[in-house]
Design a binder for this molecule. Structure first.
Ligand code: SIN
Ligand code: FE2
Length: 211
């Protein structure tokens, strides 16, 4: 008798501009549980509005969990072992680590769980995730709350882009050629989800920082 192949840990993703996307991978109950977990993260490490090295306040508010957090300030963009106010980052909630393991299949856990909050006017300009030490590791991103218009490009800033509305529960993996692809959020669609009582959009990004 042939062996029954193991169940894939996740269904087959769709691919857009090389980005792997699982629409609605998190069901509504899971999304609510993530929000509860993230409330704990935000209670331990409050959201802050970073100021870029150029001196502009970002419209997105950020915090994080894990060994390292991604921060921006007048000195630059980098990973730091402490929240800007000096406290250690809280641990990555186990449910969030479980999704990383399930989707990536990696035994190496992420160092950083970045939490971005978009209020109705917030956006994130086109950028690459390139402050990490080893681009062989993928970046995993989860959307919660209001829809966000995700722009996906190529390895060069001027490459053509395609856009897609990311909805609550959608999961995106940037791996391979898409690992260093430009991406950003043009805008959110306020009121499109009732997951967050205060409205807005949360994005959780998991990354391995050190090789
Ligand atoms: C990011 O690239 O850091 C955030 C992407 C998103 O909000 O979906
Ligand atoms: Fe990014």
């Amino acid at each position: 008798m042939p062996e029954v192949p193991p169940e894939p840990a996740v269904p087959a993703p769709l691919s857009q501009a090389g980005f792997l996307i699982w629409p609605g991978l998190l069901d509504p109950a899971e999304q609510a549980a993530w929000v509860d977990d993230l409330r704990g993260v935000v209670a331990a490490a409050p959201l802050v509005r970073p100021v870029t090295p150029g001196g502009r306040a970002m419209s997105v508010r950020m915090t994080g969990a894990g060994r390292l957090g991604w921060i921006a300030d007048r000195a630059g963009y980098r990973y730091a072992p402490q929240h800007p106010s000096g406290m250690a980052w809280p641990p990555v909630p186990p449910r969030i680590l479980a999704l990383w393991r399930r989707v990536t299949g990696l035994s190496r856990d992420p160092d950083c769980c970045l939490v971005n909050y978009y209020d109705p006017g917030a956006r994130m300009g086109l950028h690459q995730d390139r402050d990490e030490g080893d681009f062989g590791f993928p970046v995993l991103s989860v959307s919660l709350g209001d829809d966000g218009l995700f722009r996906m490009g190529g390895a060069r800033r001027g490459d053509r882009t395609v856009s897609r509305w990311l909805r609550s529960g959608d999961v995106v993996l940037m791996a391979g050629a898409a690992r260093l692809a430009f991406h950003g959020i043009d805008r959110i669609r306020p009121g499109s989800s009732r997951l967050l009582p205060q409205g807005g959009r949360l994005n959780v990004t998991l990354r391995v920082v050190a090789g």
